[in-house]
Design a protein around this ligand. Structure first.
Ligand code: FPP
Ligand code: ZN
Length: 365
């Protein structure tokens, strides 16, 4: 069978373009001059700000206090009387944007700055849980395990995990587990998908219930996502896509099997998705860059270069040093020096999560 893949050649970018990425993301920064309005489609704006600020925080280049204040004021305009938060002013609230707003507030240490009413936000989250433990994304009623993750992760970040029925929520997540490949789909009986595996493992990690999965079977399926180009896809027969460097790798990190992929090949793929003129990362080499793929490219590099990696830089032989080995070693050094550690469950800098009381479970081999 023909593998659907792309080719990485010597013409593609081979070094991390850190300062270009900072410049690219700063374009999205100034809420007051309407950059966000121009550059980020309205229905995604709150998540867009989360992607942008997280990417900048990973590179230690977040906005100054004026930019931070603009973002906090923008969040305030999106808070609804029922406690839910919308993507932009005038839109309906949804769990996806409620979670993004909470992530931004936690990263800015602004949960208690009167932007949101925590009790109301918690009751909004609670109101979306159904009797089978699942969560709806909003009052329109769509159920998906990604909304379980948004609800559980948001409640954990608000330090109010006990407000939801966590046992039932986890029972629903486990109903989405496919015993044939160890993965998870969006609902019971749905096909396994790396994005939804990340969401499900995030729920189980927060709840301390990771013992309920078959980690070897799932780890094998996740490792199979790596294609000859080094890039990762989200399901069999799909093209590689940079954002799966997050959905797949974070899942492998949570279950202690990150070293089951070839990190050097993946590094080449990730570096090739950078745009050397504009900065930013795209889904595949040569495509248009966007903040979504930019944060997940940087987050993937962070997972590969910090403590979750089981094959450290030294694994490249010091003795028979070829030029390409020493160049690769230099690349890994730049990456681990310049990109901060990321938390694999919350996709926020580890230093922010360390300041919370949240206890996460991880598996090891
Ligand atoms: C791929 O979607 C990704 C997912 C299904 C996971 C989405 C996860 C969330 C919304 C939770 C919040 C995330 C973070 C990082 C805090 P897709 O629709 O692009 O899938 P496709 O590649 O199959 O089209
Ligand atoms: Zn993608």
């Amino acid at each position: 069978m023909l593998t659907r893949d792309v080719e990485i050649t010597a013409k593609h970018v081979q070094h991390l373009l850190l300062s270009k990425h900072v410049q690219y993301l700063q374009k999205y920064a100034v809420v007051s001059n309407e950059s966000y309005e121009q550059l980020m489609v309205e229905y995604l704006r709150m998540s867009g700000i989360y992607w942008t600020t997280t990417a900048l925080q990973l590179m230690d280049s977040d906005f100054d206090s004026a930019g931070r204040q603009d973002i906090l004021s923008m969040i305030k305009t999106c808070v609804h009387p029922n406690g839910g938060i919308s993507a932009a002013k005038g839109h309906d609230p949804h769990l996806l944007y409620t979670m993004s707003a909470i992530q931004i507030l936690v990263s800015y240490d602004a949960l208690n700055d009167n932007i949101i009413d925590i009790d109301k936000t918690v009751s909004y989250i609670v109101s979306l849980q159904k009797t089978d433990g699942s969560f709806m994304g909003d009052s329109w009623g769509e159920v998906d395990v990604r909304f379980s993750f948004c609800a559980i992760a948001s409640a954990a970040l608000l330090n109010r995990l006990n407000a939801i029925d966590l046992d039932k929520a986890i029972d629903f997540v486990m109903q989405c587990n496919n015993t044939i490949d160890g993965g998870f789909g969006s609902r019971p009986g749905s096909e396994s998908h790396a994005g939804l595996i990340y969401c499900s493992l995030g729920c189980l990690s927060i709840a301390g219930e990771l013992h309920r999965i078959d980690a070897d079977l799932l780890g094998w399926w996740l490792a199979e996502r790596q294609l000859p180009s080094g890039g990762l896809n989200g399901r069999p027969e799909k093209l590689p896509d940079l954002c799966y460097s997050w959905w797949v790798l974070s899942s492998m990190a949570i279950i202690g099997r990150l070293h089951w992929i070839d990190k050097h090949k993946l590094l080449r793929f990730i570096l090739a998705t950078q745009d050397d003129e504009t900065g930013g990362f795209s889904d595949r080499p040569g495509n248009m860059v966007d903040p979504f793929h930019t944060v997940f490219g940087l987050a993937g590099l962070s997972l590969l270069s910090h403590k979750y990696s089981c094959e450290p830089i030294e694994a490249l032989s010091e003795n028979s040093d070829t030029n390409s080995d020493s160049d690769l070693r230099a690349q890994w050094k730049v990456i681990s020096d310049k990109i901060k550690p990321i938390n694999p469950v919350f996709c926020m800098t580890q230093s922010v999560i360390d300041k919370t009381n949240i206890k996460l479970q991880y598996l090891s081999l």
